[in-house]
Design a protein around this ligand. Structure first.
Ligand SMILES: Nc1nc2c(ncn2[C@@H]2O[C@H](COP(=O)(O)OP(=O)(O)OP(=O)(O)O)[C@@H](O)[C@H]2O)c(=O)[nH]1
Ligand SMILES: [Mg+2]
Length: 624
C-alpha cells in the first residue's frame, strides 16, 4: 500500500479525451500552474478512490511518442520517467486511447506500458466507435497489452467507476521500477506501428465494410515494397501523360501565337515598336504560355491524388526513405508542393516542428522540379530527344523527363544527408499523421484547383515574364550595330556584351554557348524566362527575313546546339537556384541571409559540376 496520496497521470495522444476524463474524474478540484522553466501548463486535481482515499491526478499534454518533438512532449516524457522538476514520481498512469483510432494511438500506449509504471487503459470515445459500426473486444485488447482496459465515454461520465476500480487494483500492487525508454529512431518506430496494427486488428471484432475496404486498400498501397512500386508507377504515368496529353492543345496555342505574331508583323509599320511587340513580347511570353497544357496535366494528377487521400499515404511510404537522410515524413507534403512551386512548399514547412528538420527541408525544396522548369525541360526534350517509344506505352521523351525529376529528388536526398550531418545536425523524429478517408475526388474541387493554377501561371507570364522579356528585348536591341556592318545585332547589344564578356567565359567549360550565357542572366528572375529569353534572342537574331522565328524555337535550337550542350543545359536546370522569389521567401522564413546564401551557393555549385560532368561525358560518348 502506498502511504502518501497516490500520484496518477493521464497520458495519451492529442485529442484522445484526456482533459475530458480529467474533468469528469476531478470535478471542480483543479489547480492550474506551469512547469518550472517552460511554458507548458500543469493541470492537476484531486480524485477519490472508492474507499474515499484521495488521489492526485495530472492531465499531461497530448503526445505522439516518448521521443519528444516539442516542449510539450518533453514534459510528458520527463513526467512519465520521473525526471520532471516540480513533479512527483508517478504511481500509475491512465493511458487514454481513442477507440476508433486504435491503429494510431496504440504505438504510444505500447511505449508507455513498457516503462513499467502500472497502467490502466481508458478505451475512450466508445460511443463514437459504436456509432461508426466499430465493435471492439476490450478483454482481448487487455490480454494483448497485459494491462486492464476499461471502455469509457469521458463526456458522458460512462465507465468512470470501473476505471477507478481498476486503478485502485493496480495501485495496490507491488512497487515498480522505471525502465528508461529509449529515444527511438524510425526503425523502432515502424516496428512499434506494426505491433500496434496487429493488436488493433485482433481487438477489432466487427467493422463496417467501408473501414475494412480502407484497410484492404492500405495493405496494398502502403505495403513497403508493392506500395512503393505503385507510387513510382503513378509518378511515371503522370510524367508520360504530361507529354502525351498536352501535345494537341500545346500545338494549337503555338499556332495561335505564331498567327498573332505574323498578323501584327504584317499589320504594323517596320519600326522599334513592331520589333518590341513581335520579337519581344509575343516571342518571349508566347514561348512560355505554350506550356500551360503541360502544367495543367501535372496539376490534374497532383490535385486528384490529393483529393483521393492517396498523397498522405505516399507521405507515409516516403517516411522510411526520408528518415534515412535525416528528414521526416512531415516534410513530404511541403516537398511535394514544391513540385508545383518551391514558394508554397517552403511556406508549408512551418508544419515541421523540429527547427533543423524544417531548415533542411527548406534548403532542399528548390531541388524538387517545380513547374517553372517544365517549359525549359519540355522545349529541350522536344527539340533533342526523338519522340519514339522505348517499350510498350513508354515514350523516350517522357522517360527523360522522369529521369530529370528523379535526379532532382536524388540530389535533394543526398543534399539533405550531407546537411543533416554538417550545418543542420540533429536527431530526427518519426512521423505521425492522421490518415484521411479514401474518397472520389469532387469534380468541382479539381476544376477550381486547376483554374487557380492556370491563373497563377498566366499572371506570372503577364508580369514577371512580360517585364523581364521587355527589358531583355531592350538590352538585346540596343545599341544597334552601325549601318552596313555585318556584326550580329544581338552580339553588338549591351546584353550581348555582358553575356559574352562576363558570363560566357564562366560557362564555356561546361558546354554552354553564348546564347545560353545570355539567357541565363534574365532567367535569374524565374527559370521559365530562359525559354522566353532564347525565344527573344533567336527572334531578334533572325531579323526580318524569318517571320517564323518567334514560334520555331525548338527546331532552331536543334540546329544550333549539340546534343551534349542540350543535356548539360538540362542538368544545369535540375540544380540551379534561378528564382528570385524562392531566395526571397527563404530569407523571410529563416529570418536571415545566411541560409539563402548557403542555398544559392551549394545549388549553383551542384549545377555547375553536374552540367559540366554531363557535357564532358556526353562529348566523350560522341553525342555532340
Ligand atoms: N463523443 C465523445 N467525445 C469525446 C469523448 N471524450 C472526449 N471527447 C471530445 O473529444 C474532444 C477532445 O477531448 P479532450 O478531452 O480535449 O482531449 P485531450 O486528450 O485533452 O486533447 P489534448 O489536450 O489536445 O491532447 C473534445 O471535443 C471532447 O468533447 C468521448 O468519450 N466521446
Ligand atoms: Mg487536453
Amino acid at each position: 500500500m502506498t502511504v502518501a496520496t497516490p500520484m496518477v497521470a493521464l497520458v495519451g495522444n492529442p485529442n484522445s479525451g484526456k482533459s475530458s476524463l480529467f474533468n469528469a474524474l476531478t470535478g471542480a478540484r483543479q489547480k492550474i500552474g506551469n512547469y518550472p522553466g517552460v511554458t507548458v501548463e500543469r493541470k492537476s486535481g484531486r480524485a477519490v478512490l472508492s474507499d474515499g482515499r484521495p488521489l492526485e491526478m495530472v492531465d499531461l499534454p497530448g503526445s505522439y511518442s516518448l521521443t519528444p518533438a516539442s516542449p510539450d512532449e518533453e514534459v510528458t516524457r520527463a513526467v512519465v520517467t520521473g525526471h520532471q522538476q516540480g513533479e512527483r514520481r508517478l504511481d500509475a498512469m491512465i493511458v487514454v486511447l481513442d477507440a476508433s483510432n486504435l491503429d494510431q494511438h496504440l504505438p504510444f500506449a505500447l511505449e508507455l506500458i513498457a516503462v513499467g509504471t502500472p497502467v490502466v487503459v481508458a478505451l475512450n470515445m466508445i460511443d463514437m466507435a459504436t456509432r461508426d459500426g466499430l465493435e471492439l473486444d476490450a478483454a482481448r485488447l487487455s490480454a494483448d497489452l497485459g494491462v486492464p482496459v476499461i471502455p469509457t465515454v469521458a463526456v458522458r461520465g460512462r465507465g468512470l467507476i470501473e476505471l477507478i476500480a481498476a486503478l485502485e487494483a493496480v495501485l495496490d500492487g507491488a512497487r515498480h521500477r522505471i525502465v528508461e525508454p529509449p529515444e527511438h529512431g524510425p526503425e523502432a518506430d515502424r516496428k512499434l506501428r506494426k505491433q500496434a496494427a496487429i493488436i488493433a486488428r485482433a481487438a477489432t471484432v466487427g467493422e463496417p465494410p467501408e473501414r475494412r475496404w480502407t484497410q484492404r486498400i492500405d495493405a496494398v498501397l502502403m505495403h513497403p515494397i508493392l506500395g512503393f512500386a505503385i507510387l513510382l508507377a503513378i509518378l511515371f504515368v503522370m510524367f508520360q501523360a504530361v507529354f502525351a496529353w498536352s501535345a494537341t492543345p500545346a500545338d494549337a496555342i503555338d499556332v495561335g501565337i505564331g498567327t498573332l505574331g505574323q498578323y501584327l508583323g504584317n499589320a504594323m509599320p517596320d519600326n522599334w515598336l513592331r520589333s518590341m511587340i513581335v520579337d519581344g513580347v509575343i516571342a518571349g511570353v508566347g514561348a512560355v504560355v505554350v506550356f500551360l497544357p503541360q502544367i495543367l496535366v501535372l496539376f490534374l494528377f497532383i490535385l486528384v491524388l490529393e483529393a483521393t487521400g492517396y498523397l498522405t499515404r505516399a507521405a507515409f511510404l516516403m517516411d522510411g526513405i526520408m528518415a534515412k537522410v535525416g528528414l521526416s515524413g512531415r516534410g513530404f507534403i511541403p516537398l511535394l508542393s514544391s513540385f508545383a512551386c518551391a514558394i508554397p512548399g517552403i511556406m508549408a514547412t512551418r508544419a515541421i516542428s523540429d527547427p533543423k528538420d524544417r531548415l533542411t527541408t527548406i534548403l532542399i525544396a528548390p531541388l524538387m522540379t517545380c513547374s517553372a522548369r517544365l517549359p525549359v525541360y519540355a522545349i529541350i526534350i522536344a527539340a533533342f530527344i526523338p519522340a519514339r517509344s522505348v517499350g510498350p506505352g513508354i515514350g523516350l521523351q517522357g522517360l527523360v523527363l522522369f529521369i530529370l525529376y528523379l535526379t532532382g529528388i536524388v540530389g535533394a536526398l543526398a543534399a539533405a544527408y550531407v546537411l543533416r550531418r554538417t550545418v543542420t545536425k540533429g536527431a530526427s523524429a518519426g512521423l505521425i499523421m492522421e490518415m484521411p478517408r479514401y474518397q472520389w475526388p469532387r469534380l468541382q474541387d479539381v476544376a477550381l484547383g486547376l483554374w487557380q493554377r492556370a491563373w497563377i501561371f498566366l499572371k506570372r507570364a503577364g508580369t514577371i515574364i512580360f517585364f523581364s522579356t521587355m527589358l531583355l528585348w531592350a538590352l538585346l536591341s540596343f545599341p544597334k550595330p552601325p549601318a552596313g556592318s555585318d556584326v550580329s545585332p544581338v552580339r553588338y547589344s549591351l546584353a550581348g556584351r555582358i553575356a559574352d564578356n562576363l558570363v560566357a567565359p564562366i560557362v564555356e567549360p561546361i558546354g554552354f554557348n553564348k546564347d545560353i550565357a545570355l539567357a541565363l542572366i534574365p532567367a535569374m528572375a524565374a527559370r521559365e524566362v530562359a525559354v522566353s529569353a532564347l525565344g527573344t534572342v533567336y527572334a531578334i537574331n533572325a531579323g526580318d527575313d524569318d517571320e517564323q522565328a518567334a514560334r520555331a524555337l525548338g527546331p532552331k535550337l536543334a540546329a544550333d546546339w549539340s546534343l551534349a550542350t542540350a543535356l548539360a543545359f538540362l542538368a544545369w536546370f535540375v540544380f540551379a537556384p534561378q528564382c528570385i522569389s524562392t531566395i526571397a521567401v527563404t530569407r523571410r522564413e529563416t529570418n536571415s541571409w545566411r541560409w539563402p546564401a548557403l542555398m544559392v551557393g551549394y545549388l549553383f555549385t551542384l549545377a555547375y559540376v553536374f552540367a559540366g560532368a554531363t557535357y564532358w561525358i556526353a562529348t566523350a560518348l560522341g553525342l555532340s
